[in-house]
Design a protein around this ligand. Structure first.
Ligand code: PGA
Length: 256
C-alpha cells in the first residue's frame, strides 16, 4: 500500500483581492475532481482564509503561520485559537521567507510547532539550506534547524506532522533542485529525525519545495526519482492549470 501523496499550495502574500482568491480556490477545486491518490491543501493568506476556505471541498485548508498565545496583547498576530474557527487543518511553520524577512528563529518556530500540535493542527515544518553547499555543511544546517525547531517535541507528538524540505536557493528561482538532491536531503532528514527521536523507523512524510512545476513534479515523487511524499508549491500554485498539472502528474505516478 502506498501512502497518499500530499501537495500543498502556499499562496504566500497572493492574490491581491478576495474575489481573485475565491476564483482561484474554485478553479483548483474543479480541477481536483476525480483525483484519488493525492491530498491537496490550500494555504491562502489570513484575510482570505474564510472566503477561499468556503470554496474548498476536496482540498483542505491550511494557514501560513500562527502565534502561540491564544489571545492577548500581541499586535498584528493571529493565534491558533482564532484559526480554529476557520476550518484550518494544516499550518506551515518555519518557512524560509519568515526566517529571512521576519527574523524567525528556531526558538520561535519551536513555540509555534508546539502550539500547532496542542491546537490539533498538522504542522508542516519547512527547513532547508540557504545556498548550495557540501553534504557535510548541508547536514549541519538541517540538523541545526530540525533539532531547534523540534526541541522537546517527541515522535509521538509529531506523529501527524510533515517536514517540507525547501532549499532556499531553489525557491522562486525557477531552478529547482534535482530529484537526486531531494532524495539526498530526504535521507539526511530521516536520519536526523531518527537520531532526535531515538528510533529506527521514522514515518514522517517529507515533501519537496522549490520551483515545482507540472513538468518536474512527477520526478520528485517517483520512487526512482526523489521518492518524496509530496510537494510544497509556491509560484505554480497561483496558476490553476499548472497546479492541477502538478497534482495530476504526481497522482498518476503513485498509481500502483
Ligand atoms: P516556489 O515556492 O514554488 O515559488 O519556489 C515554494 C515555497 O516557498 O514554498
Amino acid at each position: 500500500m502506498t501512502k497518499k501523496l500530499l501537495v500543498i499550495a502556499n499562496w504566500k502574500m497572493n492574490p491581491d483581492s478576495p474575489g481573485r482568491a475565491v476564483r482561484l480556490a474554485k478553479e483548483v477545486e474543479k480541477g481536483l475532481r476525480g483525483v484519488k491518490n493525492v491530498s491537496v491543501v490550500i494555504a491562502p493568506p489570513y484575510p482570505f482564509l474564510e472566503s477561499a476556505g468556503r470554496a474548498l471541498k476536496r482540498a483542505k485548508l491550511g494557514a501560513q503561520d500562527l502565534f502561540w498565545q491564544n489571545v492577548g496583547p500581541y499586535t498584528g498576530e493571529v493565534s491558533w485559537r482564532q484559526l480554529k474557527h476557520l476550518k484550518v487543518k494544516y499550518v506551515i511553520l518555519g518557512h524560509s521567507e519568515r526566517r529571512i524577512h521576519l527574523g524567525e528563529t528556531d526558538q520561535v518556530i519551536n513555540k509555534k510547532i508546539k502550539a500547532a500540535i496542542k491546537a490539533g493542527f498538522i504542522p508542516v515544518l519547512a527547513v532547508g539550506e540557504q545556498k548550495r553547499m557540501s553534504n557535510k555543511k548541508m547536514h549541519r544546517a538541517l540538523l541545526r534547524q530540525l533539532s531547534g525547531d523540534l526541541a522537546g517535541v517527541s515522535a509521538r507528538a509529531f506523529r501527524k506532522g510533515v517536514i517540507a524540505y525547501e532549499p532556499v536557493w531553489a525557491i522562486g528561482t525557477g531552478l529547482s533542485a534535482t530529484p537526486r538532491h531531494a532524495k539526498k536531503a530526504l535521507g539526511m532528514i530521516k536520519e536526523i529525525l531518527a537520531g532526535l527521536w531515538k528510533t529506527k523507523k521514522v514515518s514522517t512524510p517529507v515533501l519537496y519545495g522549490g520551483s515545482v512545476k507540472a513538468g518536474n513534479a512527477a520526478a520528485f515523487v517517483s520512487t526512482k526519482g526523489g521518492a518524496m511524499q509530496g510537494m510544497l508549491v509556491g509560484g505554480a500554485s497561483l496558476k490553476p492549470k499548472e497546479f492541477i498539472g502538478i497534482v495530476r502528474n504526481s497522482s498518476s505516478i503513485n498509481v500502483k
